[in-house]
Design a protein around this ligand. Structure first.
Ligand code: NAD
Length: 281
């Protein structure tokens, strides 16, 4: 069981979470299930969400895993039908599927540092760039088209997108991922406006630099000192520390609660130990 920062009762709510097999969203699945919700955990990786659902069912919580590709509208409509039959209409949609791709990443931070054979801006792969934009942007838009219909019918619901620090100012090496997350922040405002009189709120979180078991080795040397890139991150973070993935849950549970966040729509909440606020000087 997680040690949740907020005890909000989500009993009776159906929560659909995409990317639910991943690091951050699996934690969100657990948090909502533990708060009483019925959680539909969607991911391309069927094994991951089935395992997660089994784990939660063993704890007496309500969760079902569904294989789902957020870019395949037709298949997603089928998943929607299954979720409707099992748990009823979607109250909360969390668009968690997203990420970068190495083909859309330069090897160096600056052009003048590029050595022969390295991937520069000029070698970025168009298909890789397209993949990143589609996964992050369309991968949030399409599930919203599918699941927000339930919300419009009932004039009630919530959509939560996942933006990023790179949406405010792009990070070096990852132009497509930065652009796609900027598009997500923008889309969050668009959806919030579009659904403003339909009883649907739409917000986003922008996670800061996270340490998880998966990336710990990339961020820290064996002796515990930061690697050069993580040293830059820490220097750019006023609090001088990374964010723990568990620290996202307070913002997520708060933004999705219709009482606590009743008048909050169209915001992108940085959860970043101050990174986005700091100019570096
Ligand atoms: P992750 O890679 O651990 O999980 C992403 C999940 O999405 C995976 O389980 C993957 O199978 C699934 N997925 C990929 N393509 C899919 C598709 N087409 N359809 C359905 N599922 C698909 O990533 P994470 O670190 O948990 O990140 C979750 C979200 O948070 C992403 O949008 C990411 O961009 C964003 N984010 C992450 C960080 C971070 O530091 N981890 C920071 C800021 C934002």
């Amino acid at each position: 069981m997680l040690d949740l920062p907020l005890n909000i009762d989500y009993t009776g709510k159906t929560v659909v979470i995409t990317g639910a097999g991943g690091v951050l969203c699996a934690e969100m699945v657990k948090a909502f299930a533990q708060s009483g919700a019925r959680v539909a955990a969607l991911d391309l990786n069927e094994d991951a969400v089935r395992r997660l659902a089994d784990e939660l069912k063993n704890e007496g919580l309500e969760c079902t895993g569904y294989k789902a590709n957020v870019l395949d509208a037709e298949a997603l409509e089928e998943v929607h039908k299954s979720v409707l039959a099992k748990y009823g209409p979607c109250d909360i949609l969390i668009n968690g599927a997203g990420g970068n791709n190495p083909k859309a990443t330069t090897d160096n931070e600056y052009q003048h540092e590029a050595r022969p054979g390295q991937k520069t801006f000029f070698e970025l792969d168009a298909a890789g760039v397209d993949f990143v934009f589609r996964l992050n942007f369309q991968g949030s838009l399409i599930p919203a088209q599918v699941f927000a219909k339930d919300m419009v019918e009932r004039q009630s619901g919530n959509i939560l997108n996942i933006s990023s620090m790179n949406a405010y100012t792009p990070l070096t090496k990852i132009p497509a991922y930065s652009g796609a997350k900027a598009a997500i922040s923008n889309f969050t405002q668009w959806l919030a406006t579009y659904f403003a009189r339909s009883g649907i709120r739409c917000n986003a979180i922008a996670p800061g630099f996270l340490v998880s078991n998966q990336n710990r080795a990339l961020l820290f040397n064996e002796d515990g000192t930061p690697t050069p890139r993580s040293g830059k991150i820490l220097n750019g973070t006023p609090a001088g520390r990374f964010v723990d993935s568990s620290e996202l849950l307070g913002g997520v549970l708060f933004l999705c609660d219709d009482r606590a966040a009743s008048a909050i729509t169209g915001v992108v909440l940085p959860i970043d130990a101050g990174f986005a606020a700091y100019s570096g000087v």
